[in-house]
Design a protein around this ligand. Structure first.
Ligand code: SF4
Length: 309
């Protein structure tokens, strides 16, 4: 379960920060605590956690000074208190409930320790995809948007829900539980530190999986070079800065080349459609949405970029 401190109703909290009294503050802490404990299924630890939070310096300071504080300071200190509250609540349940919540937040990235899962065909390359270097992504741990500094390979996700494809919806079980990847084995919602350490370790890439001298490597290099995110990003930047239509032609040309590579791998090299997202990454046609545009084809089969705003 992702640690989340925004459990309370946001308009109620806004009122608390604007005009709430000390008594309202105390009532709201109790309410937030009940919600957090219920979400972690440890409601019976209410008395324990309330006495711990009352001993926290952050709580005591707020309790003594609430009515003298500015709204922005109240908000900031409330946020800090809620984070501490979530930590205390998790500390009452240091084990996995197998609730499936972390498997619904997205799929794991693979590490070198996971190589044998693919070697023994416990996970197939049809079930994974590549995020190429420079791809625009959201960094889960840091919660920010940015460009991926290096390539990584992930288990595929359900396109609608973003659930990991191995999550069995009916019972929240993992279909490969006994052979789940390293990240899933390390992930512990009550103790995110181990996962954060893993996050900085080297990830598995296509080179590890295809191995040296694989005939496809040269083609993948050519695709990386001609359809790089660096080129795509610079064409979009050029367009935004200069409004130059030629920059749009450049974007469309990169997308076209990506399609040609995909078609070649599928038809000439006879690779399965489901392997393409691993071999070449996800189609650029879909990924340009990160730039606020989508691609449409007109009646003459000519592609255009259309703003999504
Ligand atoms: S592989 Fe299994 S444990 Fe890991 S995210 Fe997917 S469903 Fe969850």
């Amino acid at each position: 379960m992702q640690q989340n401190s925004s459990f309370s109703d946001s308009s109620k909290l806004q009122d608390l920060f604007e005009t709430g009294t000390r008594k309202d503050f105390v009532a709201e802490v109790r309410q937030a605590m009940r919600q957090i404990l219920a979400k972690l299924q440890v409601e019976d630890h209410y008395e324990q956690v309330i006495s711990e939070i009352k001993r926290e310096p952050g709580y005591r300071e707020l309790n003594n000074t609430w009515e003298k504080l500015e709204s922005a300071v109240r908000r900031q200190k409330w946020q800090e208190l809620m984070e501490r509250l979530v930590q205390l609540a998790y500390a009452t349940r240091p084990y996995c409930l197998r609730c499936g919540e972390c498997c619904r937040q997205g799929s794991p990235s693979l590490h070198q320790e996971d190589l044998e899962l693919l070697d023994y065909d416990l996970i197939s390359i049809r079930q994974i995809y590549t995020l190429r270097q420079g791809e625009p992504v959201k960094f889960n741990i840091e919660g920010r948007l940015g460009f991926l500094p290096g390539e990584l390979v992930k288990i595929k996700e359900d396109p609608e829900s973003r659930n990991c494809i191995f999550l069995v919806r009916e019972n929240n079980n993992c279909a490969i539980y006994h052979h789940r990847p390293l990240q899933c084995r390390i992930q512990a919602c009550w103790n995110p530190e181990e996962l954060e350490k893993l996050y900085h370790q080297k990830k598995l890439t296509r080179r590890h999986l295809l191995r040296e001298d694989h005939p496809l490597l040269e083609l993948l290099e050519a695709h990386n070079e001609r359809c790089s995110f660096e080129k795509l990003d610079s064409a979009f930047k050029k367009f935004h800065e200069t409004d130059d239509e030629k920059a749009i032609d450049q974007v469309l040309d990169i997308l076209r080349q990506d399609m040609v590579f995909r078609d070649f791998v599928k038809t000439k090299l006879d690779r399965d459609e489901e392997e393409l997202d691993f071999l070449l990454g996800r189609p650029l046609m879909e990924l340009v949405r990160a730039y606020g545009v989508r691609v449409e084809k007109d009646e003459n089969n000519v592609y255009h970029l259309v703003s999504e705003q």
